[in-house]
Design a protein around this ligand. Sequence first.
Ligand code: DX5
Ligand code: ZN
Length: 215
Amino acid sequence: MLIAPSILSADFGQLKNELEKVKNAGADLLHIDIMDGQFVPNISLGIPVMEAITTYSDLPKDVHLMINNPENFIKKFIELGADYVTVHPESTDQLDYCLEIIKSNGAKAGIALNPETSFEVVLPYIHDIDLLLFMTINPGFGGQKFIHSVVEKMSEANRYREFHKLTDLLFEVDGGINEFTAKICIENKIDILVSGSTIFESNDINRTIKTLRNS
Ligand code: DX5
Ligand code: ZN
């Protein structure tokens, strides 16, 4: 089980410190949310902050693009240190091209499914991706409640992954993860747990990351 703290909930006034803290607490990768105020109703961080994150942390970087026309920015984020780049099918009419740019620039490709987006949407691309991200909140903000109906989609995807022996395909969950919802995700064979507010609002990050991992 890999734990990916979502930087969105970090204290940006102390970014360097926050990055060190999660690394020392055993985080496996950093989840970095990029929002444009168009695809989602919020603006988060952009290129200068991504640069700072790469300067101050050598943890692998999992970049979650919540922007329209991500094809225009994928290469830039990989140059800035993204190891994984995840895009939403609804944000582009060139999803194939997005996956191609990600892979030809040496990163791993992910597709994110909103709570209302069905598993079938990813099927035409399933052999081209390394990561499938289940959104368990509507994207845009940290600190929301886990949407339980997504669990059914996780089991459907698990049956598919097992049947087709897609052993290298990683499943990631993002939104509303705490020790209780982490347990549900672990039972549903999720490989990566993203967690923002639960980790950064905790006064014992070491313990919180351990608890999430062992839920
Ligand atoms: C929201 C982001 C999430 C967010 C999760 O659109 O994709 O990564 O930071 O925050 P929590 O863990 O607080 O739900
Ligand atoms: Zn995210």
